[in-house]
Design a protein around this ligand. Structure first.
Ligand SMILES: [Zn+2]
Length: 194
């Protein structure tokens, strides 16, 4: 099982150091707390984001999901893919989640997706086949561009999919709203508990 660490595969370029001021951060915090308290993430696991006018707001690296505030989330306003290192342009006080590239690529590709939630629902992962949940074909390192590519590939082949598994790692839920993505995660985890 992979665990999230503080290492990120990109360079964070801070355009502004003031915390993002979006009213929806409280909704992100609500879902982070919900997942943390229900045990779907532990310690520093998981990452959550929602689309903004400039890009998206995402939980910070090294921040537990039960502690999301304007000071512990970052707004990503652009990603530039370099040959050696990818640069992520940020407004905020923290380095955005190590899975920022994965979130960025999904938002770039699918304009109807406005929220992306990633947690480690071990129960769902163990019963993926029984529940009929799609799984990425190859395990990739957490935080890598390859992992992002695996997720994009899966979604290109399964255009209606809004919930899937990153092989041997965790789950991703997509929504047109945060509530949609959050409820998907809740519903799937309840299916396993029955
Ligand atoms: Zn993870």
């Amino acid at each position: 099982m992979s665990t999230e660490s503080n290492a990120v595969s990109f360079s964070a370029v801070f355009l502004a150091k003031n915390p993002p001021s979006d009213i929806k951060i409280s909704q992100l915090a609500h879902w982070g707390k919900t997942f943390y308290e229900s045990g779907l993430v532990r310690d520093l696991e998981g990452n959550l984001s929602f689309r903004t006018r400039l890009g998206f707001i995402i939980s910070g690296t090294g921040i537990p999901l039960n502690g999301l505030t304007p000071e512990t989330v970052a707004e990503v306003t652009g990603v530039v893919y370099g040959l050696n290192k990818t640069s992520v342009y940020v407004k905020g006080q923290v380095v955005p989640s190590r899975e920022t590239i994965l979130h960025a690529q999904i938002y770039d590709e699918w304009s109807s997706i406005n929220a992306i939630f990633h947690v480690h629902d071990i129960g769902v992962m163990h019963q993926a086949e029984k529940l009929g949940i799609p799984v990425t074909s190859v395990e990739k390192e957490a935080g890598s561009q390859d992992l992002a590519q695996e997720a994009v590939n899966l979604l290109k082949f399964n255009k209606e999919v809004r919930y899937f598994i990153l092989k041997n790692h965790g789950v991703i839920a997509l929504g047109t709203t945060m509530d949609e993505a959050g409820k998907l995660i809740d519903e799937m985890s309840m299916k396993v508990q029955k």
